[in-house]
Design a binder for this molecule. Structure first.
Ligand code: BDR
Ligand code: CA
Length: 377
């Protein structure tokens, strides 16, 4: 567990913020200064008392790496564990990568566990074309000295949640296989999880198919288990993550800072820029996973709206699509005609299961991300 107390963390935070102000960017206020209603972030006068306790479930992954660095350098969060899953690249890479990132960030006390090597029922699809064959843009970092804990990801998550009922938010920024396995293997656990913060889905089209976002596409059945769980969900999807685009100027700022985190982040992003396509004559990388972490640190970075979200699992072309109902009635596809026309075609009651990020302030996000990674502490 992180040993720094909140006072020391805050002192470090203020020192970092002073550097940020000198560079002309305002640091973000701690998250608990804000209460978020459905559509409008509202500032409250409460002073943050203790950091939010989170477990990060992840498939590092170049943007996962940035998300892990951001979380480990943010005093508003206490990272209780990091669990790895197959996704961007196989588990054989994501687990050692998670260990490397934790070590680079100087937090060897954070337990890291390995999880699912394959989706619940489907073949694994990866995204090495974005993340490189090793998941870190092809950049070869030394093997970490720290080792994974002997528990599996699901065992570790269950143990931490059961020991801290109602306290733990799970920030899941990869396919949801580990999280679905936790829920399926321990039916009583859902009511003990404070919330899920998910990078995944979209209400406006996908990135791996026209319908589906990558994390939900890789394991649609797992995503459905999560959305059916009854745990409060924050969904940070492509609707907003495609608006937070890291540019070469950001990478130069990371490069200029002399600390192991910003140096590693700069190397990973520099390599990624070399791999991906050009957009508007400028290469950019969407900061999907870091935005999810930033939404926990400072909820005013995003605007939220209530939805009932459900995941398509039956489609031949649409598996993993997230469908958002903003109001009732909730209609499903018409049943097949079996000749029995007597029964009513079912219409379900509208009951939101999720807050979806529908708006984002990119400047506020980058004014949070970059100073946190470049700060000397
Ligand atoms: C998501 O898929 C992965 O490639 C990224 O790490 C992110 O979690 C974006 O669709
Ligand atoms: Ca990811």
């Amino acid at each position: 567990m992180r040993s720094k107390n909140i006072f020391n963390n805050r002192r470090d935070f203020l020192r970092a913020s002073a550097a940020t102000l000198a560079a002309g960017a305002l640091p973000a206020l701690p998250s608990s200064l804000f209460a978020v209603t459905s559509d409008s972030p509202v500032r409250s006068s409460a002073v943050p008392s203790k950091p939010q306790r989170i477990i990060i479930d992840t498939d590092p992954g170049v943007d996962d790496a940035m998300a892990i660095f951001l979380a480990l350098r943010s005093p508003e969060l206490k990272v209780e564990a990091i669990t790895a899953v197959s996704g961007n690249v196989p588990l054989a890479f994501t687990l050692p990568n998670a260990l490397r990132l934790v070590e680079i960030a100087g937090h060897p006390e954070v337990p890291v566990a390995g999880g699912a090597a394959f989706p619940l029922v489907r073949r694994l699809v990866t995204a090495a074309y974005v993340h490189g064959n090793n998941g870190l843009g092809g950049v070869e970092f030394p093997e970490a000295k720290i080792k994974p804990v002997p528990e599996t990801a699901t065992e570790l998550i269950r143990r931490i949640v059961r020991a801290n009922p109602g306290e733990i938010t799970i920030a899941a920024v990869g396919p949801l296989t580990n999280i679905a396995t936790v829920l399926k293997s321990d039916p009583g656990i859902a009511k003990l999880i404070k919330s899920f913060a998910l990078m995944g889905g979209s209400l406006s089209g996908g990135n791996i198919t026209p319908a589906a976002e990558f994390n939900f596409y890789v394991d649609p059945e797992a995503a459905r288990v999560v959305f059916d769980s009854g745990v409060p969900i924050l969904m940070v999807g492509l609707d907003v993550t495609h608006k937070v685009l890291l540019r070469e100027s950001h990478v130069r700022t990371l490069e200029a800072a002399q600390n192991p985190v910003s140096q590693a982040a700069a190397k990973i992003m520099h390599a990624t820029f070399g791999r991906i396509a050009k957009t508007n004559d400028e290469t950019v990388v969407a900061m999907h996973d870091p935005l999810t972490i930033a939404s926990l640190i400072d909820p005013s970075v995003v605007t939220l709206r209530d939805y009932y979200v459900q995941i398509e699992t039956a489609g031949e072309l649409t598996a993993g699509q997230s469908i958002g109902y903003s109001h009732g009635p909730v209609r499903r596809s018409p049943p097949f005609d079996t000749g029995d026309t007597a029964g009513e075609i079912p219409v379900e009651e509208y009951k939101p299961n999720c807050k979806v990020a529908v708006g984002v302030d990119p400047d506020k996000f980058f004014n949070l991300l970059i100073p946190r990674l470049t700060a000397s502490a």
